[in-house]
Design a binder for this molecule. Sequence first.
Ligand code: NAD
Length: 318
Amino acid sequence: MRLEDVKNIAIIGAGIMGHGIAQTYALGGYRVSLNDVTDTILNNALNRIRTNLETFAENEFISRDEIDEALSRITTSTDLEKAVGDADFVTEAAVEDIEVKRKLFNELDRRCPPRTILASNSSSLLISDFASGTKRQDRVVLTHWFNPPHIVPVVEIIKGEKTTDATVDLVYALLKKVGKLPVRILKAIPGYLVNRIQMAMIREVWDLWKQGVASPEDIDLAVKGSFGFRLASIGPLLTCDLAGIETWYKVSKYLFPLVSDSHEPPLAIRKMVEAGELGAKTGKGVFNYSQEEWDKIIKQRDKEFLHRLKVLYWSKQS
Ligand code: NAD
């Protein structure tokens, strides 16, 4: 299959990630079929897409006409067969459960046309862990998006044991066509690239927070205003080069033995999970939230992200 042959895209799972991935492909001009287990979830997803598109228009990312145009390209169905029967490309964004994904991939393999490429948005598993039962292992691949998927530009592409270069090349071209920044991961390891880096950071952040080294507000502020500020423009390896490798070598020699190397998340975090303190969605996590505050944070976040996207990436693409 060539890029020009891709016309219909199906997204399985319409949650936090699925709705934003569907939106991206619809905005990129593709017919998108969105599947989930209930109509209520699918209707919520459509409402979220409309709200996201309105934020895009408010921030002059798209015109107001494009809101309805993009929405008109999206259909929803709880019937998997109907959703994928004519799909050229499928992205699975259902729950992070290997058994659910294995079952879905076997079903997708049966119900999709032979040409269809099957991608998964898993954030930790390898595609061969759950797609090895399909008869199209040359056409299964991971495309790992980041939340919010309709805004964050990078998507990691990770091959399975038998995925062909032709599949990766096509998926790479497809993601570029819809305005994403695809990154090829050369070695299929759990967590891939970005999440391994993120997890190394959060292990230390949780440890410092629980040690009381600074308040939660100050930890977030310190990261946002220091290496967080830099990282949107210069990556960590370029940062080392600019500061001098010998300095980073000396500091790492001193600090590596002192930073957390825990193989378990802290007990305090486990207790939060057990107490249902899951963050904004439950009203309490590290901070407390009302629904109104949560909505305000998301609106402000998306406005700032869109501004950054426009400045850092959009202008360079056109
Ligand atoms: P979510 O819980 O918000 O959404 C998952 C959706 O999948 C739900 O609406 C659920 O009803 C649906 N679903 C479950 N089983 C299904 C089935 N058999 N058929 C169709 N739909 C089904 O989860 P999410 O955060 O969107 O995560 C989805 C995937 O993306 C996971 O694999 C996750 O690890 C990955 N991911 C998440 C993030 C993130 O920040 N949330 C980032 C990158 C990748």
